[in-house]
Design a binder for this molecule. Structure first.
Ligand SMILES: [Zn+2]
Length: 457
């Protein structure tokens, strides 16, 4: 018998000494797959009924709610990419054709905080907001945060969803929240005074901000260990999952450093989170189901091979994401964690991106920038290939595009050169001659001996 869907988001706080919040955390993984499947089936059916976005996407791919007979059948459903969400919001402003709740049910509006490109708006319903809070509270419990803690939130309170997620998790857990914020001139000095006055026991922010705070403290002759933080949890940057940075934070503050975070679109974004043992982020899969897929084939990776996390909401009713392709790189393990939770873990965190930059003739080139430049030339198709070879001393950068007009080559070269800093040799093919790809990575064919990419986040 399956539980009612969606869950209410009502909180039942465990006893303080209880290490786990919910039975799913320590469940036999096979049994938990049953729980996940029951939720997924409801979520997919809900999307089919309410979301023109998914009805069109899935119909085009020949999949339907009935396609989902086992959890493994999810692989037949197409990925959703951030670009599609953005394009859909352009076509159906402001929230896109994937808004599944009536306007009056929307409780919170957030959005992407990047400074370039069209923003993507997130509309979150009141019920979803409660469920997100409950999910975060449950995960923060695994950090060791309890009602007696005071959580200092030292990050921007604006579009950035991270701060809000930490705030509502703290509130739902019944702990004390200090939404201090960040980014105002003089605020870090103020933070030192408030930390001394209020004595928070936990900290949320970005790793770089925590280290900045420590530096400002040191200048004033204050040892950050004297702040009294016991638990520090982070998102927004990969640092807390990078061993050297983690160690530096723990040594500087005398607190445990916890890495967390998936994507803003996937809020509750904390469903990738370490526990207090810090052995890599657990995938809290009965809250958000995560597949790791091969970057070339798109098929789920078996075992602990490298791949791209693909996320699926299981209890989201306002803007559900089904198979959101993150573009990140990671690998997962099923080895037991000392905490006793049976979730898989990402032992090395999220350590790179599929679309990592290329170094061509000494210049950093982002395939996204090339694509962006290409897209600005009228008459050029969306399919392209970046081919890099080094026949002699110099890199040869060739860009293969599709167009009915061979004369677009000059315009393409000029735009790409001004956007990427390196001008390609442009080869123009007739339309529909380049193989259609699902992945950006396949569009880059680096034939040089040494791969010249650097992981970034
Ligand atoms: Zn654990």
């Amino acid at each position: 018998m399956s539980a009612p869907w969606p869950p209410s988001g009502r909180i039942e706080l465990p006893d303080t000494d209880e290490p786990y919040w919910a039975p799913e955390e320590t469940m036999d993984p096979e049994q938990r797959r049953g729980v996940v499947f029951d939720k997924l089936r409801e979520q997919v059916r809900y999307c089919w009924e309410r979301s023109p976005f998914y009805r069109e996407l899935w119909s085009d791919a020949g999949v339907f709610p009935e396609t989902l007979r086992t959890l493994d059948d999810l692989r037949h459903f197409p990925f959703v990419k951030k670009e599609q969400i953005r394009a859909d919001q352009v076509a159906h402003p402001p929230f896109g054709s994937n808004i599944c709740c009536p306007p009056e049910a929307i409780a919170h509006i957030h959005g992407t905080s990047g400074t370039t490109g069209r923003p993507t708006a997130f509309a979150i319903s009141r019920d979803d907001w409660l469920r997100i809070a409950a999910a975060h509270a449950r995960i923060m419990w695994s950090f060791g945060i309890r009602r007696t803690d005071t959580v200092f939130i030292g990050s921007f309170f604006s579009l950035y969803l991270g701060s809000w997620g930490a705030l509502i998790g703290t509130e739902a857990l019944g702990a004390r929240a200090f939404p201090f914020g960040a980014g105002v001139p003089g605020q870090t000095e103020r933070a030192l005074e408030y930390i001394d006055l209020i004595r928070p026991t936990a900290f949320y922010g970005t790793p770089s901000y925590a280290l900045h705070l420590a530096k400002v403290a040191a200048k004033r002759g204050v040892d950050p260990k004297d702040f009294g933080f016991k638990i520090m949890f982070f998102s927004g940057e990969p640092g807390a999952g990078i061993p050297a940075t983690k160690k530096r934070i723990e040594d500087t503050f005398g607190a445990i450093c916890i890495d967390s975070g998936s994507m803003a679109e996937m809020t509750p974004w904390m469903t990738n989170s370490e526990c207090s043992h810090r052995s890599g982020m657990h995938l809290w899969e009965d809250l958000v189901y995560t597949e790791i897929v091969d970057r070339e084939t798109g098929e789920p990776v078996e075992g602990d091979g490298e791949g791209v996390p693909v996320y699926t909401h299981l209890e989201r009713t306002s803007q559900p994401m089904i198979r959101l392709y993150s573009g990140d790189l990671t690998h997962a393990t099923s080895d037991p964690c000392p905490c006793g939770r049976t979730y898989r873990r990402l032992p090395d965190g999220i350590y790179g991106r599929v679309d990592d930059m290329l170094i061509i003739r000494g210049v950093n080139v982002y395939p996204n920038a090339v694509e962006n430049a290409l897209a600005s030339v009228p008459g050029v198709g969306s399919e392209y290939r970046i081919v890099i070879e080094r026949p002699g001393e110099l890199d040869v950068f060739r860009l293969e595009v599709e167009s009915t007009e061979p004369s677009v080559a000059d315009a393409v070269r000029d735009r790409v050169k001004s956007a990427a800093g390196v001008g390609p040799d442009v080869v123009v093919h007739p339309p529909d001659t380049l193989e259609t790809t699902e992945f950006k990575s396949r569009r880059v064919d680096d034939r040089r001996n040494t791969a010249a990419s650097t992981p970034s986040h």
